[in-house]
Write a protein that binds this ligand. Structure first.
Ligand code: MLC
Ligand code: AMP
Length: 510
């Protein structure tokens, strides 16, 4: 008999025998058992089935983090549809684009946003709009409550789509990275093995569940190991440190580590039961890596990945395989091929810096409805061009030293300068603009906007930022804006962003 490659089937098979054991404990004192996950995901899956959606239908979800939101994800997998998570910070123009582009059959939003989300969804032809709030209410749960709690997992192949994750484009609009059941499951299995997931592990889940790190790396890790999660609806350093003694595994972006280090209660006793701290999504500063080791006795394991590929590399878990080296993202994961090439497509040797290209069962199926873009990002022999610039040393440790894509990573969220500049340039009175990244003690890096005005225009920096705030997700708003007489240009007439980056590099450090 052909085995079902549906990711949910594999996650379900890993649930512990005792379905009444606690699967998730929330920060407001609720306990969910494995049976709760199984039953609630069945009910929501039955609701989706009752809507008679087309095969491959997208379920777009912009809701606050909650265990019910996780159940909706599991239900979407289980019913065989395609999950499309959206950052809760996105505002109407952003949501309008995603819904227009993805044409989801179902949209789930918070009741607070329903009036405007419903309008956008209906205009895009979405037939079903439900609400889901973070207090276990909303029309989705009301409708699911009328459905059976038994559901046969839909049969899916490894190449069938499981999720679409939008990742902003360096030019033009966001692209939807299409991830298959096979991409997600193969990567989750490799990480389970590499990071030594074992019986008795407890994960502190403190990341949002609309990006790769929280939705896949952390959540699949715990589920595929049948491990309990201590669930924070939002990250709070004090509360997280207070729960460390009850946990064994923690995953975070570097900002989470920086904020926990500011907590006096973070000490060796607090981490006495921990076995693994993982960092990723943005570069971990060596200072943070060292300070963490001094304070806790634990060496953070840094890994590297992206929406299009899930995880690609990891520092070793087992000391027998090597030390965890700060400033590197470790070794390529089993099953993944990684090479460094120069602009002419020549393979580079140990220590030489070039573009990172990857291939493997984890690499996505392409960008949603963008075959040309997809083609551009793959080499003729099927390697995906990550847009990250790095090197591999003689022992196989990989370091990311830069990016060929113009991208700012702020607190683990990606901000694409081209998008923000587009919005600034549309403002009346603006001649042109440049957004550059500046080092920041909390977010790692933040955007600084440099703007020039048309002759006679009377616009100041505060007005520009206020305009942006009304249109864009809050994390994309530049932390500072300066109106300049002109932007520096090279002989080709191109704005010299490197010069601007250098000029503003100490803005937040002193
Ligand atoms: C919040 N703010 C940010 C920000 N987050 N500014 C810049 N960058 C960020 N990341 C700003 C808000 O705009 C707001 O400003 C103020 O901070 C308070 O907002 P908040 O929502 O209360 O912030 P907080 O809860 O403190 O959030 C900070 C954070 C969050 C670090 C906890 O950003 C976060 O959860 N980051 C993790 C992102 C993540 O999961 N990335 C994984 C991507 S997957 P104002 O002015 O409006 O008050 C990926 C692949 C891989 O990259 O390899 O994993
Ligand atoms: P996203 O598109 O949100 O998935 O972001 C992926 C990008 O995050 C990668 O292409 C890298 O540029 C960056 N990234 C992820 N992990 C790391 C890391 N450990 N160190 C440096 N950059 C990272």
């Amino acid at each position: 008999m052909k085995t079902n490659a549906n990711l949910y089937a594999a996650l379900r098979a890993a649930f512990p025998a005792d379905l009444d054991a606690v699967a998730v404990e929330t920060d407001n004192g609720l306990h969910y058992s494995w049976r709760d996950l199984e039953r609630a995901s069945a009910m929501i899956a039955n609701l989706l089935d009752s809507l008679k959606l087309e095969p491959g239908a997208r379920v777009a979800v912009q809701v606050e983090k909650s265990v019910e939101a996780m159940m909706l994800y599991l239900a979407t997998l289980r019913a065989g549809y395609v999950f499309l998570p959206l950052n809760t910070a996105y505002q109407s123009a952003e949501i309008d684009y995603f819904i227009g582009n993805a044409e989801p059959a179902v949209v789930v939003c918070s009741s607070h946003n329903e009036p405007w989300v419903r309008k956008i969804a209906q205009a895009a032809g979405t037939r079903h709009v439900f609400t889901l709030d973070d207090n276990r209410s909303g029309s989705l749960l009301e409708a699911a409550a009328r459905c059976s709690d038994r559901h046969a997992v839909a049969s899916r192949g490894a190449d069938d789509l499981a999720a679409i994750l939008y990742t902003s484009g360096t030019t033009g609009r966001s692209k939807g990275a299409m991830l298959t059941h096979g991409n997600l499951l193969s990567n989750a299995r490799v990480l389970k093995d590499c990071w030594g997931w074992r019986k008795g592990d407890v994960l502190i889940h403190a990341l949002p569940i609309f990006h790769v790190h929280g939705l896949f790396v952390a959540m699949h890790g715990a589920l595929l190991n049948g491990s309990k999660m201590i669930w924070f609806s939002r990250f709070d350093p004090k509360k997280t440190v207070a729960r460390l003694p009850d946990a064994t595994v923690f995953m975070g972006v570097p900002t989470l580590y920086v904020r926990m280090l500011a907590e006096p209660a973070l000490n060796k006793s607090a981490v006495r039961n921990m076995r693994l701290f993982v960092s990723g999504s943005a570069p971990l500063l060596i200072e943070t890596f060292n300070e963490w080791r001094e304070r806790t006795g634990h060496t953070i394991l840094e890994r590297y990945g992206m929406s299009e590929t899930v995880m690609l590399t990891s520092n070793p878990y087992d000391p027998a395989q090597g030390e965890r080296r700060g400033g590197t993202v470790g070794f390529v994961l089993p099953g993944v091929q990684l090479r460094v090439r120069d602009d002419e497509g020549r393979d580079l040797g140990a220590g030489e810096i070039g573009g990172i290209q990857v291939k493997g069962p984890n690499v996505f199926a392409g960008y949603w409805r963008m075959p040309e873009k997809t083609n551009e990002e793959f080499t003729a022999d099927g390697f995906f061009k990550t847009g990250d610039v790095g090197k591999v040393d003689a022992r196989g440790y990989i370091s990311i030293v830069g990016r060929s894509k113009d991208l700012i990573i702020s607190g683990g969220y990606n901000v694409y300068p081209a998008e923000i500049e587009g919005y600034i340039n549309e403002l009346p009175g603006v001649a042109e603009s440049a957004l550059v990244g500046a080092p920041h003690p909390d977010f790692g890096e933040v955007g600084v906007a440099l703007v020039t005005l048309k002759a006679g225009a009377r616009l100041d920096a505060d007005a520009i930022l206020a305009e942006l705030k009304s249109k864009l997700a809050n994390f994309k708003i530049p932390k500072r804006c300066f109106v300049l007489e002109e932007l520096p240009r090279n002989t080709m007439g191109k704005v010299q962003k490197a010069l601007l980056r250098d000029q503003y590099k100490n803005l937040f450090l002193n």
